[in-house]
Design a protein. Structure first.
Length: 195
């Protein structure tokens, strides 16, 4: 997939940070889905597995500098991103507003939280419901899942309904843990936890 993505960028003369997305079937064949000529919200996963600060590189390119690296980069370990939203899993993921009354982020090795939240923050109804990106990294998938579960236990967001606890059911699902899932995974497996 990396070679196909590089070939696509070269073919169109693309010079910037961006994302090429593929879908993979059960025979491990991959199919081009789309190219995004911008930094994606999931970029911390790539940053944690490659060690490349993608936003920094994009700013350098915009300022007229050249990339510090070209071609493929080496990846290491496994990263998972959980998009914590102000939405209610028990009400068809309806967006939620309110005031954050208590906010405690998880920490430790392999934990990254990108967020604008703080205690007293008023969540408005006019914007995207994304509150935070909780990104975890470890040497392998089981370690990353274990670290994500611990981080969810430590993450406190009170005063507003979020989807934070919804991720536990996904992470504890044996098919998800084994990497055996499709784009229909949520419809087939994940049930919101009891309120």
């Amino acid at each position: 997939m990396a070679e196909a993505a590089i070939a696509a960028c070269r073919a169109c003369g693309y010079e910037n940070a961006g994302t090429i997305e593929f879908l993979v079937d059960d025979m491990r064949n991959f199919y081009f889905m789309e190219m995004n000529t911008r930094v994606q919200v999931e970029h911390p996963v790539s940053e944690m597995t490659t060690g490349v600060d993608i936003v920094r590189e994009q700013i350098r390119i915009a300022a007229g500098s050249t990339l510090e690296m070209t071609g493929s980069v080496r990846t290491r370990g496994h990263a998972i991103e959980l998009r914590i939203n102000a939405e209610d899993p028990h009400n068809d993921f309806q967006p939620n507003t309110g005031t954050v009354s208590r906010y405690v982020t998880p920490g430790g090795p392999g934990i990254r939280v990108d967020s604008h939240l703080y205690e007293g923050y008023e969540i408005p109804m006019f914007y995207d419901s994304l509150l935070a990106k909780l990104v975890v990294w470890d040497q392998d998938r089981p370690g990353a899942i274990s670290r994500a579960l611990r981080a969810l236990d430590e993450y406190v967001i009170e005063g507003v309904v979020t989807n934070k606890d919804f991720f536990r059911g996904i992470l504890e699902n044996p098919d998800f843990a084994a990497g055996r899932y499709t784009t229909a995974f949520l419809e087939e497996n994940a049930q919101p936890p009891a309120p």
